[in-house]
Structures are given as C-alpha cells and as structure tokens.
Design a protein around this ligand. Structure first.
Ligand code: SAM
Length: 422
C-alpha cells in the first residue's frame, strides 16, 4: 500500500529523501524538497505514486522520456533551485572533508549542447534500437528526442542506427560513441560484429553522405572522409575514436578559461591527465607546458594539435601512469603551476606528491566533487590554501557536477623560483 511522505531534501543523485511512519529513510525519485507525495515502499526505495502537494518550484520536464530514460534525474525543478542544489553538492563534499570554503555560483550549461553521446544499440525481435539504458534497467530505450544533444546528433539518430544495422546481430548489443565535430560526426562503434569485406563497401557508402567524417569499429578506421576537427581558433583539437572529450563545448570553454585564469601569470606549467590537450593548448599560448597522460592515442592527437594550432609555445608530452607512478617533488620543481584533471577516481597518489612540493599554484579539475575534496584535503594538510571553487554544470539534469578548484602555496618559508623547462 502506498504511504504518504514529506520530502525533506534531495540525495546526491537527485532522489527525494523522506522518512516513513516507522522512521525508515527512503529515496523517492522525481520528487522535490517540501513536496507531499504517496509512494510504494520497497526496501529503501520509494516508487512515486502521486504528488499530493507539489513544490512551487516544480516545472514540466523538457523531454518526453523523462523518468523512463536513465540519463536525467532532475528536469522537473526550476533552474535557479536546481543550480543552487548543485552548488550545495559541492559545498557538502568539501565540508565532509572538514573544508569550509566559499563556492561560486554554478556556471550553467544550456540544453542542446552535448556534443559527445554514448548510445547503446540492441537488436531485439529484428529491429535495431538506438538509445540509452532505461532507468534502473539494462533494457534499451529507443529515444525519439533528447534535449541534451546538439541537433547535429539528435536529428541523425536514424542515420546512426542505419549505419550500425549491418553489424549488430540478433540478441547482441553494441556501444556507439558519437562526437559532433566541425567536419562532421565522428562515430566509434564498439562491441559490434567485426565487419567483413561486403560490410566495408556498404558502410563506406552509408558513411559518405557528408554527415559522417569518420567511422571506426573497435578502434579500426573503416571510413575517413574528413579528419574530425574541433576548431577554436587558433587551437584545433583532434578527438580520438571513442576517447575522452569534455562533454559540451560551452562547459569546456568555461573550464579552460577558469584554468587559464587560475594558473596566473607565470610558467612553465605542468598539465597532468592532459588527454588530447584541452587545457594544454590554451595554456601553451602563454607558457611552455609539459602534458602528461596515460593513453598513447590521446597524446598522438595532442601531437597533431601542436602541429596544426597557431601561436603556441613549446609543448612537451610524456606518457605515464600517474596512479602507479605520480610525479614526485623533484620532478615538480621546475613548474610555476600544475593543473590536474583526473578521472572520477581522483588523483590521491599525485595529490600526496603535490602536497610535498613547492609549486606555487595548483588547479584541480574534476567531475567528482567527493574525490576532488579528498585530494583538496591532502593539499591543504600539506600547506596549500584553497582560494577558489567553481562548479560548472557540464552534466545538465544529472547528479554530476564538474568543479574547478584553485590552490596557492601558503606554507611558511616557501619561495617561488623560476626555472627553464628543458
Ligand atoms: C577527465 S579526463 C581529462 C582530460 C583532459 N584534461 C581534457 O580536458 O580533455 C582524464 C584523463 O586522465 C587520463 N588517465 C586516466 N587514468 C590515468 C592514469 N592512471 N595515468 C595517467 N592518465 C590517466 C585519461 O586517459 C583522460 O585523458
């Protein structure tokens, strides 16, 4: 039987939190603070049945698939309240580590800006479905719209499904990463059937209608009609098939501007977890930069950017596993600033090394506020001061938030030295 509940707050994934009559804490998706709802209780999950008293901040969701699609959790909240909640997530993550800090307002990101999408493809009962996983399910939802995506991807769903049609067999699944670039769609298919000779020809024909610049299957290039380029004059970035790329161009710009400002006026700069060089290249307009990254193919893409971008200073690249082999204080010595932008797991080992260094400025970028706060604690305990924290809403309507944090060396007796980067 459904129980009447009052939602007191939202959990970090965006689900409403309430207490049952028996004092049990339950999470009820698609509810808002202050709302009175009825829900069927199953363990610590509450399945929303009806909204008895809606929040004045409740709005109509932007997408017809909302609540069924696993992608979005919070389309039903007025933007100002939603953004304030996202900022609070960051405040809370730092407070959990004993760090009291000012946090800037969230930098918002508009709908229809997601330029990198990862679709699931599944063939059931003959039809090939291109979509996203349903909420709390492995089933694939065939999406008819997605207000997150740039139109170049959203309007080509049928074309993308047709492209994969030959290579996904009955009962099988595959993953398709699509990046909208300035030269067309860069499509990477993974987990599909290996193409045979006849497939190559058909794929070649299907892919060369002007909308697709590159098609790779499990990393192997099948079609390349134009080199995929992300142009931001004077810089050109080259995405790597299926490789990491900041999810939207506006959030990437906001983060790169924040990093650039936080680095300040002196180099050389060390860019750790550099990827294809999103921050490296912008910083290299002013300073020599050493880019360190674990994946060879991303450094190859950065190498290409260095050759085709204009007005950049010396960029040195190094491949290294920074989890197993973080850069140690003697190696950090030449740098006036260090940027680190690790995966969700954070950069604990590297933060421990940075905490022992005398680098004057450190900028941390992360899509996980909890691991960033953990790494911030390590830096602060090592003698750094946290001077600015800015959330960027790269993952609109989800519980995820991107954060840029700036640290300055505050240890007594610390001096700054300028050293030439060899
Ligand atoms: C969040 S991405 C940031 C990339 C880059 N800063 C950008 O904006 O495009 C994290 C990067 O860390 C790299 N990475 C993951 N694990 C690593 C490791 N153990 N050592 C070095 N790099 C690693 C990934 O390949 C990825 O490029």
């Amino acid at each position: 039987m459904a129980e009447t509940l009052t939602i007191t707050s939202l959990g970090h994934e965006g689900d409403g939190i309430a207490e049952t009559a028996s004092g049990q804490k339950v999470f009820v998706p698609f509810t808002l603070p202050g709302e009175v709802v009825t829900a069927e209780i199953e363990g610590e999950r509450g399945h929303l049945v009806s909204i008895v008293r809606p929040s004045p901040d409740r709005i109509d969701p932007a997408c017809k698939h909302f609540t069924v699609c696993g992608g979005c959790a919070l389309q039903h909240w007025a933007p100002e309240r939603y953004q304030a909640w996202k900022r609070e997530l960051v405040v809370h993550a730092f407070a959990q580590r004993g760090i009291e800090t000012e946090v800037d307002p969230v930098v918002p990101v508009a709908p229809h800006t997601r330029r990198r999408a990862v679709f699931t493809l599944a063939r059931d009962d003959k039809a090939l479905v291109l979509g996203f996983n349903k909420r709390d399910s492995h089933d694939v939802l065939a999406i008819e719209e997605c207000p997150l995506l740039v139109p170049e991807i959203e309007n080509r769903r049928d074309k993308l499904a047709a492209l994969a049609n030959r290579l996904v067999d009955q009962g099988k699944r595959a993953r398709m990463t699509v990046v909208s670039t300035d030269t067309g769609l860069d499509v990477s298919l993974e987990g599909a059937r290996k193409p045979g000779r006849a497939d190559y020809e058909a794929l070649g024909r299907a892919a060369t209608d002007g909308s697709i610049c590159r098609l790779t299957v499990d990393g192997a290039e099948i079609v390349m009609s134009r080199v995929p380029e992300l142009r931001n004059d004077p810089i050109v970035l080259y995405p790597s098939p299926g490789g990491f790329l900041q999810a939207t161009a506006p959030s990437e710009k906001s983060m790169a501007d924040l990093v650039d400002a936080a680095v300040g006026k002196s180099g050389p700069v060390l860019d750790l977890f550099s990827g294809i060089g999103t921050f490296t290249l912008k910083l290299a307009r002013r300073f020599p930069v050493l880019a360190v990254e674990g994946e060879a193919r991303l450094l190859q893409a950065l190498d290409r950017s260095m050759r085709f971008s204009k007005n950049i200073k010396a960029v040195t690249m190094r491949r290294r596993d920074l989890f197993l082999n973080p850069m140690a204080p003697p190696e950090l010595k030449p740098f006036q600033a260090v940027v680190f932008d690790p995966p969700r797991a954070g950069a604990k080992a590297q933060a421990e090394m940075l905490a022992k260094s005398a680098v004057p400025r450190i900028v941390g970028v992360s899509c996980n506020a909890a691991t960033l706060a953990r790494d911030a604690r390590i830096l602060i305990d090592g003698g750094y001061r946290l001077t600015r924290v800015t959330p960027v809403d790269q993952f609109l309507w989800s519980g995820h938030i991107e954060v840029v944090a700036t640290f300055e060396l505050a240890r007594k007796g610390s001096t700054t030295r300028r050293v030439k980067l060899s």
